[in-house]
Design a protein around this ligand. Sequence first.
Ligand SMILES: Nc1nc2c(c(=O)[nH]1)N[C@H]1C(S)=C(S)[C@@H](COP(=O)(O)OP(=O)(O)OC[C@H]3O[C@@H](n4cnc5c(=O)[nH]c(N)nc54)[C@H](O)[C@@H]3O)O[C@H]1N2
Ligand SMILES: Nc1nc2c(c(=O)[nH]1)N[C@H]1C(S)=C(S)[C@@H](COP(=O)(O)OP(=O)(O)OC[C@H]3O[C@@H](n4cnc5c(=O)[nH]c(N)nc54)[C@H](O)[C@@H]3O)O[C@H]1N2
Ligand SMILES: [Mo]
Length: 719
Amino acid sequence: MVATVEDGQVTKLRPDKDHPLSKGYACPKGIAMTDLQNDPDRVLHPLRKTASGEFERVTWKEALDEINSRLKRVRDTSGPESIAWYMGNPGAFSYSHTLWVKGFLDAIGSPHYYTAGSQDVNNRFAASALLYGSPLVVPIPDLRRTKHLMIFGANPLVSHGSVLTAHRIRDQLMDLTKRGGRVVVVDPRRSETARAFEHVAIKPDGDAWLLLSMLNVIFEEGLEDATAIEAQSRGVEMLKEAASDYPPESTVSRTGIPAEEVRQMARDLALADCAAVYGRTGSCLGRRGTLVSFLLDALNVVTGNLDRPGGAVFGKPPLALDDVAERFGLATYASNRSRIGGFPDVLGNLPATLLAEEIETPGDRQIRALFVSAGNPVLSVPDGDSLERAMGGLDLMVGLDFYMNETNKHADFILPATTFLERDDFPIAFLGFHTTPFVNYTEKVVEPAGEAREEWQVIEEFASALGVTPSSVPPIRWLGKLGIKFTPQRIVDLLIRVGPAGDFFGLKPKGLSLKKIAAKPHGIVLAEYVATGELKTKVRHSDSKVRLDPPEIVGELRRIKGAVVETSSERPLQLIGLRELRSHNSWMHNSKLLTRGGRSQPLHMNPKDAEGHGVTEGAMVRLASKDGSVEVPVTLTEDMSPGTVALAHGWGHSGGWKTANGLGGVNVNLLAPSGAEDLEPLAGMAFLNGIAVSVQLVATSGSAAARVDEAVTAAPPRD
Ligand SMILES: Nc1nc2c(c(=O)[nH]1)N[C@H]1C(S)=C(S)[C@@H](COP(=O)(O)OP(=O)(O)OC[C@H]3O[C@@H](n4cnc5c(=O)[nH]c(N)nc54)[C@H](O)[C@@H]3O)O[C@H]1N2
Ligand SMILES: Nc1nc2c(c(=O)[nH]1)N[C@H]1C(S)=C(S)[C@@H](COP(=O)(O)OP(=O)(O)OC[C@H]3O[C@@H](n4cnc5c(=O)[nH]c(N)nc54)[C@H](O)[C@@H]3O)O[C@H]1N2
Ligand SMILES: [Mo]
């Protein structure tokens, strides 16, 4: 984007016409950042909770002195393993924030690292660890060359892609069909993307059965690519054997998809010149997301589409996340277990759903101090009520944010953080996800507003009080003891220069350095297409082959046999999530631009289901699961498959954001189960899609609140 700065203030953001890939396209949320940047509700000074429960402004020195002395006391009395950090989603989009949070916990020796990952993508990483031997080896669909794309539970026309960085993604998908290719969207809801392409309606959390049936057809009909399987993988026999139990006729009750349609889908995929299978949150937030993620990639392997042009590809970014993380010792899976439930860590992450229990359960490693940065788990994680209660019992809680949100309002201190316009960034975690190899570096656009500080600088203060250097890399910690400090820029520059495209400090004069990248503010296109033929360098298993029979997956295949049906006569419907173009999880509802014309959070319901429940458009209903209930207005739409209802997350505000507070809405995650027994076993992920619910009429006509967000339900987003 291009920012207009007047008198040190960002007054306008617009898309960058000179950007080689976006060519002047930006999504509405990006443009709306001006509203957040200049929001009078922003937290611009350190705040301390007073005895009466109100916040008062304090100086940075007062805040840090008190936090640090309380932090030291917690460490000395309860041990470093009682200090926890939850870093939310925006944290992942700041290289310095990410590195310093994990570095801090590693340096003090605490396992209590939590992120939005356990509500988002961790089972995708777990599947990669099993398949490729590294959680960070994640293929992306080669959108620009593929002829056949199958999307399982993603809505890129709204989300703009996830674990996939595709500028102008709508155009890339449209181009695919213009080339004569197909986009098939498997989704319980006829989403914006499904509407624009081909839709296959599936029952929530039915994906594993559909994928097994597709594999069944492929093996039964001899449509597999035996050469590719032989060259790239081992263990296919297990997969074949497992799939033999799932002819499409046997899975109709789980998927809702007629057997003949499944057969045709399998044939079309296997016979396409090149094809890619891609899944995102809709495939991750059910009860068996690791298995589903595994099967998505298995389909790519079996059809001969892995690591080839137009297939599912790994590429060769100038800085490969898997290499970097491995070098830092961060590419872990199951190297550690959660205290509650014994869940394996994924990249050091433990299940955020268990935070409340981890705080309230006495014993070794009980959490006594909690930091929350760029996150809002009270709204984003199951059972925010329990988390609110648990946070009240902590010895110390600190928020780093530019808003007072529903979570950090329970903190002892809120420390003002910078926006991405007030700090530099290098999207290190995303370089491998570009559909066109690309790199860029952004300088800060303006000085931090008020007294805002970058997270990594604040973390340096906590670390120094505890006598450690916040880094996951032991040599950097040793150098820290000698007073030698590394800035985020310095670390990234080093990594680029010794990386696959680096200048090796002048030895390769044409190579890259941070300075060279920074000199091109519109970014640098590195190659026409994503590199293929990289599998051997990507796979960490000793034989360099993709593993199709890991014991963990064998276990999941056994478990799925006994899977009970979620619904019952008491709770006959299944609830899934919904992302809207003008929302960004829980944190952009204070923007004037995004809330223009009012907003509401209706329950999307098929008219047939509504009729059975005596519900009409605009009625207020009580939506209840075994774990909680909320009252919401209903909107009727044929886009929902009968039996499935959808409600957006990130609503029900009561923070310092006054516009957001005034919009009403409810926290849908009060309906999600929060016990360890309900988490997905291989990645500890929350169960958020497919929850059994009942709907009960409260009032035939709700209120003005039942107005549907037109911008969301109308035509697909346009440039
Ligand atoms: N406008 C906007 N953009 C966003 C965000 C936002 O909040 N707003 N959030 C960002 C974030 S943090 C992320 S992680 C990405 C997510 O990116 P996506 O995953 O592409 O986004 P979703 O809209 O959540 O898409 C999930 C789809 O899965 C479907 N689904 C639900 N349950 C199932 C199921 O059991 N099986 C199948 N096959 N499908 C199912 C839903 O109906 C939905 O259409 O989006 C990012 N982009
Ligand atoms: N039911 C249901 N629940 C879901 C999902 C779903 O699909 N359905 N999706 C899940 C997913 S994919 C995600 S990613 C999570 C998101 O959940 P979280 O990551 O827990 O929360 P966010 O809503 O992203 O809140 C981000 C907070 O960060 C602040 N912030 C923004 N930028 C910065 C920054 O640069 N620095 C700092 N310090 N603070 C900043 C914002 O003000 C806000 O308070 O929600 C999850 N929850
Ligand atoms: Mo996410």
